[in-house]
Design a protein around this ligand. Structure first.
Ligand code: SAH
Ligand code: F3S
Length: 440
C-alpha cells in the first residue's frame, strides 16, 4: 500500500483540510505515515497569510528533499500553492505537484500524472466544492474540526485569504448535522465549526443561529466551539442561540486587528472601535463568563503612535484572555500594498513587543484571579512535560492535572485551578481525585 506523509502549517482550516486529503487518498488505498523517509507521497499543506509562513515552508522543502525517497512525489498544497500556482514549480525544482484548496479531489489523478513524468499544478476555484462525500481521517476521537464554510467574501485590505480560498460558500445544515451526529456516535463529544467568517454562515435556508441550535441538539455532543467569527456578524439571533444552546462553550475568538477606528477603516474592517466594544458588551451581557481572545496586527500602513496607543488601550478595555499578535506583512496583490506611509520595520517590531507585554499583563491579571475556581475540563491527553494530564476548560484555558490515570483521557473531570504561569494552569481533580493528586 502506498504511504502518504502530510505536514500542516497555518490555521485550523488547514488541519481540517489535511484530514480531508487523507480521506481522499485513503479511499485510493493510501495509508498515513508520520515518517517522511518511508512515504511515497509527501505533501506540505501551507499558509500564505504572512511572508514568514511562506519562508518557513520554502526552507522545509529543502529539508524534505534530503529525507525523501528518490521516487517519492513531493507536493505543496494549501494557500501558498494557490497563491503561487505554477510559479512555485518554476521556483522550487524539487516540487512535483502544486494543488490549491479546491483541488484535493483530484490528488490521486495528479499524483499519477507526476509518476508518469509530469509536474502538475491545479489552482482552479470550484465554488461547489465541499468534499461532502469525503470521510475525513482524523487523528483523535476526542475533539473534531468540522468545516462549515469555505472561502471568504470580505475584503480586508491586508488579507490574502480571499485570493487563496476563493468565494464564500456554506455547507448545507443537514450535511453538517449528519457529520456531527456520526462523530458523536463514534464517541467525539467536542466539535469546532470552522469558517473564515463562520458566523456569516448561510446555506440559503439557515443562518449561523440555526446551525448552532441544530448542532447543539445532537445527542452526545457536550461542547460546541466555532472559529473565526467576524465581529459584526454577531446578530442578536446568533448571540441568543449561543446563550440558549447548552453545548456552546464560553469562549469566542473575536479578531479585532486594531483598536484605532482610523486604521480599521483603512483595513476595510466593517466596524469601528465603538462598534467592536458594543459587540463585546452584547456577548458579555448574554454570556457573563465568556472568555475572549483576538488577533491584532501592528505596523499597518499609516499606523501612527497614537493609533497604536488606541490598540493598547483596547486590549485593556476589553481585557482579552489572550491575543495572537502579528507584524503587518505586505501580501502581493492585496489592496494594502498600495497604501502610503509604510511603518518602518523597527518601529513595527518595537510596537509588537509593547503589545505582547500588554496582552500578557492583562491575561496574567485575569488568570491569577481564576486560581481557586472550579471548572469542568475535557482531558485531551498527556502533557508534554512532567506527570500531568492536559485538559481544557469550556473557556479554552489549558489546565495541567497532576496524578490522573491515562483512563481519564477523553473524559470530563471537575478540577480546581491551583496555580497559573500567567497563561496556563495547574489543577487538581475535585473529590476523590484530590487525594490521588496529593499521593501522585
Ligand atoms: N478570517 C480568518 C482570518 C485568517 S488570517 C480568521 O479569522 O481566522 C488570520 C489572522 O492573520 C488575521 O486575523 C490577521 O490578524 C492575521 N493576518 C492576516 N493577514 C495578515 C497580514 N498581511 N499581515 C499580518 N497579519 C495578517
Ligand atoms: Fe481575511 Fe478579512 Fe476574510 S481577515 S479571511 S479577508 S474576513
Amino acid at each position: 500500500m502506498p504511504r502518504i506523509y502530510i505536514e500542516t502549517y497555518g490555521c485550523q482550516m488547514n488541519v481540517s483540510d489535511s484530514e480531508l486529503i487523507l480521506g481522499v487518498l485513503g479511499r485510493n488505498g493510501y495509508t498515513p505515515t508520520d515518517d517522511p523517509s518511508v512515504a511515497d507521497v509527501i505533501l506540505v499543506n501551507t499558509c500564505a497569510v504572512r511572508d514568514h509562513a511562506e519562508q518557513k515552508v520554502l526552507s522545509r522543502m529543502g529539508e524534505l528533499k534530503r529525507f525523501k525517497q528518490p521516487t517519492a512525489v513531493l507536493g505543496v498544497v494549501g494557500c501558498m500553492a494557490q497563491r503561487l500556482g505554477p510559479r512555485l514549480l518554476e521556483r522550487v525544482p524539487q516540487v512535483d505537484l502544486v494543488v490549491g484548496p479546491d483541488g484535493y479531489r483530484g490528488l490521486p489523478e495528479l499524483i499519477a500524472r507526476v509518476r508518469g513524468g509530469e509536474r502538475a499544478a491545479d489552482v482552479e476555484f470550484r465554488r461547489w466544492e465541499h468534499y461532502e462525500d469525503v470521510p475525513p481521517v482524523r487523528n483523535t476521537p476526542i475533539s473534531a474540526f468540522v468545516t462549515v464554510q469555505r472561502g471568504c467574501d470580505y475584503r480586508c485590505t491586508f488579507c490574502i485569504v480571499p485570493m487563496t480560498r476563493g468565494p464564500e460558500r456554506s455547507r448545507m445544515l443537514d450535511d453538517v448535522v449528519r457529520e456531527v451526529t456520526d462523530l458523536a456516535h463514534s464517541g467525539t463529544t467536542e466539535v469546532t465549526l470552522l469558517g473564515q467568517t463562520v458566523n456569516s454562515y448561510d446555506d440559503g435556508a439557515h443562518d449561523f443561529a440555526d446551525l448552532l441550535r441544530a448542532v447543539g441538539a445532537v445527542a452526545g455532543l457536550r461542547r460546541l466551539r466555532f472559529t473565526s467569527p467576524y465581529p459584526t456578524d454577531f446578530s442578536e439571533r446568533v448571540i441568543t442561540a449561543m446563550a440558549e444552546t447548552a453545548a456552546v462553550c464560553e469562549h469566542v475568538h473575536l479578531p479585532v486587528q486594531s483598536g484605532s477606528s482610523r486604521v480599521l477603516k483603512r483595513m476595510l474592517r466593517r466596524y469601528d472601535r465603538a462598534r467592536y466594544l458594543e459587540v463585546v458588551a452584547s456577548l458579555r451581557r448574554a454570556i457573563p463568563a465568556i472568555a475572549l481572545t483576538t488577533d491584532i496586527i501592528v505596523g499597518f500602513p499609516g499606523e501612527t503612535e497614537a493609533d497604536f496607543q488606541e490598540t493598547l488601550s483596547l486590549v485593556d478595555a476589553v481585557a482579552f484572555d489572550d491575543a495572537y499578535t502579528f507584524k503587518y506583512s505586505p501580501r502581493e496583490g492585496t489592496p494594502a500594498t498600495r497604501l502610503k506611509d509604510a511603518v518602518p520595520d523597527d518601529v513595527a517590531g518595537e510596537r509588537l513587543e509593547r503589545l505582547v507585554a500588554a496582552v500578557r499583563a492583562v491575561a496574567r491579571r485575569k488568570n491569577v484571579a481564576l486560581v481557586g475556581s472550579t471548572h469542568e475540563v475535557l482531558v485531551e491527553g498527556r502533557a508534554k512535560r512532567g506527570d500531568f494530564l492536559q485538559g481544557r476548560t469550556r473557556t479554552n484555558k489549558v489546565a495541567l492535572i497532576g496524578g490522573g490515570p491515562d483512563a481519564w483521557i477523553g473524559q470530563y473531570r471537575d478540577v480546581r485551578l491551583t496555580g497559573t504561569t500567567g497563561s496556563t494552569f495547574t489543577a487538581v481533580p475535585l473529590g476523590r481525585g484530590q487525594e490521588l493528586a496529593v499521593v501522585g
